[in-house]
Unconditional design. Structure first.
Length: 227
């Protein structure tokens, strides 16, 4: 599946390698403010939620890969078995997706270097950095059409996560375009792919951290209501 995404992406710009610890060093050097980036991340979350709400009004976009698989399997399997099989097939597809960016053993070692004292944030930053290097890093060499195409591929990647609705996947294409604008702004300011990638990855990581916190709060409220 990663091969298909690479075919849909613009030509590989051979991005410069960046690892999590370097991202935090660039932040500590004063190139950007986490506070300002947190505000930007919140803004992107609001835009994402609003876009999802709007798209859910379109028939069919509330479906996800796992829901469609379940519906198809229910034609010849009981509901419980169909659901379990759909999740099994879907998760297998996610794990067998492949790599979007190939790293050398030494680069993988650098990825394991702790960026901050917060291990949870280190993981979130690493995952965000992987996606930024795959979908944004080097985009200064693309046309605007290619940048839009890369953002669409970013959204489609999240639909492949099977539990995301099609509406969420399309909305995340818009979010990905927001990360791309952050990258391009910092690239034009510093003419450095490393600093631009670090900036986009930081906004992306903060976005994910805030989004996960909101999801945890909503789940806690729902559980409290049930109790």
């Amino acid at each position: 599946m990663a091969w298909l995404f690479k075919k849909g992406m613009p030509q590989d710009p051979k991005p410069v390698f960046v690892w999590p610890r370097l991202v935090t060093e660039i932040e500590n050097a004063g190139y950007f403010s986490r506070r300002k980036f947190s505000i930007l991340a919140v803004g992107l979350i609001i835009v994402t939620i609003a876009t999802i709400k709007t798209l859910l009004l379109v028939p069919g976009l509330n479906q996800s890969v796992v829901s469609l698989l379940t519906r198809g399997l229910e034609t010849f399997l009981p509901t419980g078995w169909a659901t379990a099989t759909a999740w099994t097939v879907g998760m297998a597809g996610v794990f067998l997706m492949g790599n979007f960016t190939n790293y050398t053993p030494s680069q993988r070692f650098l990825h394991k270097t702790k960026a901050t004292r917060c291990e949870a944030y280190n993981i979130i930053l690493l995952l965000a950095l992987w996606e930024e290097q795959a979908f944004r890093s080097g985009s200064e060499k693309w046309s605007w059409r290619e940048r839009v195409r890369a953002s669409v591929c970013f959204g489609l990647l999240h639909i492949a996560n099977i539990w995301y609705s099609f509406a969420a996947g399309i909305a995340l294409s818009v979010t990905g375009f927001g990360f791309l604008l952050v990258y391009l702004w910092y690239y034009r300011k510093y003419c450095s792919q490393i600093i631009a990638t670090a900036a986009a990855a930081t906004v992306h990581a903060l976005y994910n951290a805030i989004a996960l916190s909101l999801i945890a709060v909503v789940l806690a409220i729902d559980i409290a209501k049930l109790l």
